[in-house]
Design a protein around this ligand. Structure first.
Ligand code: DAH
Length: 338
């Protein structure tokens, strides 16, 4: 018999054996028997040396076909028996430790925003949104901002060639909502705002605010204080206290700034609160009658409070972050901490 015939017979034998293999061990035994270093195929190939040179290319071709055929039969048998992964001795080592899969998560700004919205929703506020590209009317005029107010300058506000602007605050959403619905109104307006600031540790050219507005009969500053105090405790902890300081905003009268007691030192004074024991969190006040008139509400009939605060600032306090820019670099090593 020629070597070529022997090779063909070997393939047939191996295929038959593998078709009957009942477990992974028999498949492995067949691999060793036919393709192993001292197996049948190498044994036959040793005879190639004695073959006349003219016949060698043809025999080489047959040998290759047989080798590939046996390999294919091995693979088929392995697959038939349930795949490589399930059996010891296969290419997959099932005893290896697993690889941890890193899950994505919400950005700290989104976390604070969502938590903030959740607190106000529990108090009966609903969410209203407005456009980031605003008109000067909604962002300034209707909010009773004087014509010569510095915040209107192109130095501070981004203007489009058509005269519209990137909103500098979420307050214009108040105007849009009040023009659309009749009182009572109880809304929060989360969103991105833009200012032409030079970025540093506490300023960015865009950041996030949440605005609140409550309009009803007989609303008082005490209602505002109760709402903000509840918010402070829910978001930052039972012991957080708030205080009001007189301030000025064109759209509220009287206006206040609302401070939360410092959550780092509990009010004793530390570096974060600049040793005052208090952190500036929100601007607020009673809605100015001029704003009510601009949206067609009767200021004799309706009263309301409004407030606005920066989300980045709350995130920085909550997580003790000392540079705003960290929140925008999206370094995953930083973000994975939250
Ligand atoms: N819009 C103000 C700002 O960006 C924040 C603010 C202050 C909002 C007082 C209000 C408010 O609704 O009553 O600084």
């Amino acid at each position: 018999m020629s070597l070529a015939t022997d090779l063909e017979l070997l393939l047939a034998e191996a295929e038959a054996a593998l078709a009957q293999a009942a477990d992974a061990a028999s498949v492995e035994a067949a691999r060793v028997k036919y393709l192993g270093r001292k197996g049948r195929l190498p044994e036959l190939m040793a005879g190639l040396g004695a073959v006349p040179p003219a016949e060698k290319p043809e025999l080489g071709r047959v040998a290759n076909k047989v080798k590939n055929g046996i390999a294919a039969a091995l693979e088929t048998a392995t697959e038939r028996l349930g795949g490589a992964g399930c059996h010891a001795g296969s290419a997959v080592d099932v005893t290896l430790a697993g690889r941890r899969r890193r899950l994505g998560r919400k950005h700290p700004i989104s976390q604070v925003m969502d938590d903030t919205i959740a607190v106000f929703r529990r108090m009966g506020f609903i969410v209203a949104e407005g456009p980031e590209i605003e008109t000067v009317y909604h962002n300034f005029d209707a909010l009773n901002t004087p014509d010569d107010h510095p915040s209107r300058e192109p130095q501070d506000t981004f203007y489009f060639p058509d005269g519209r602007i990137l909103r500098t605050q979420t307050s214009p959403v108040q105007i849009r909502v009040m023009k659309n619905i009749k009182p009572p109104v109880r809304i929060v307006c989360p969103g991105r705002v833009f200012r032409r600031d030079t970025p540093d540790a506490t300023h960015g050219m865009n950041f996030h605010q949440i605005e609140g507005l409550y309009v009803d009969k007989n609303v008082s500053l005490a209602d505002l204080k109760g709402t903000l105090a509840t918010f402070a405790r829910e978001l930052l902890g039972e012991d957080v206290k708030i205080r009001f300081r007189p301030h000025f905003f064109p759209f509220t009268e009287p206006s206040v700034e609302c401070d939360f007691s410092c959550i780092m030192c509990g009010g004793k004074g530390c570096r974060v609160c600049k040793h005052s024991g208090w952190l500036e969190i929100a601007g607020a006040g009673m809605v100015n009658p001029a704003v009510f008139r601009a949206v067609g509400y009767d200021p004799e009939e309706w009263t309301g409070y409004a407030f606005g605060m920066g989300i980045e600032r709350i995130a920085m306090i909550r997580h003790r972050i000392n540079d705003l820019r960290l929140l925008y670099e999206n370094n995953t090593k930083f973000l994975h901490q939250f």
